[in-house]
Write a protein that binds this ligand. Sequence first.
Ligand SMILES: Nc1ncnc2c1ncn2[C@@H]1O[C@H](COP(=O)(O)OP(=O)(O)OP(=O)(O)O)[C@@H](O)[C@H]1O
Length: 236
Amino acid sequence: MLSITGLAKRHGPHQVLHDVTFHALPGRVTAFLGPNGAGKSSTLRILLGLDRATAGTALVDGRPYRALRDPLRTVGSMLDGPGAHRSRTARNHLSWVARAAGVPQRRVDEVLAQVGLAGAGRTRVGRFSLGMGQRLGLATALLGEPRALVLDEPVNGLDPEGIRWIRGLLRGHADAGGTVLLSSHLMGEVAGVADDVVLLAGGRVVAAGLLTDVTAGHASLEDAFFALTTTTEATR
Ligand SMILES: Nc1ncnc2c1ncn2[C@@H]1O[C@H](COP(=O)(O)OP(=O)(O)OP(=O)(O)O)[C@@H](O)[C@H]1O
């Protein structure tokens, strides 16, 4: 389980997160949604131990990321695309990450096949399309067969077929008992796969719960978001 509790973050004079609280549960896909600049990446960076909170906690199975005994097997993550050097081949990159994390080399071919890059293992990452880069980022996240996946904007750069594919992959991970937390500013694209949603605006959670509860009474998730944020602004 991923637990974010009372999270606050300040960058100089800017308070970018205000008392953010939500959970992502095993067996469920949780979509963390909001417009650009809402604070999604800031939250995920803290959860993955890449930045420190000003207040509050972000825990993976009850521990801060930095205290995990076997991080790559516990939580696979993708922030900022593939995370691979342009001059490396996909296979080199995955092989290097696997070695560093003590993951068996056979996983390299397994994840390349799983993300549809079996034929591109020897291609340099610099030649990849945006969508292929996203697939490689996902392959890296899956390498350690982690229970949880934390993915920042994984549908960016994917075409409709790619979006359909990633939805299936995330659904499969959750149905097998895994925890999936994905961020997106594209509400319509991820609504189809989410069980639970967390809507973030201006660094605050404006709604969190079952997708069906959050969208109840609205034509779409976007409509629910705009109705909620208009109300929030008006009552602040
Ligand atoms: N290192 C930093 N220094 C100063 N401000 C920052 C820093 N990192 C993020 N911010 C600010 O924090 C706010 C939230 O940014 P964040 O990247 O978390 O949003 P986001 O919801 O992930 O948006 P996007 O989809 O555009 O990445 C923005 O106003 C951003 O400018």
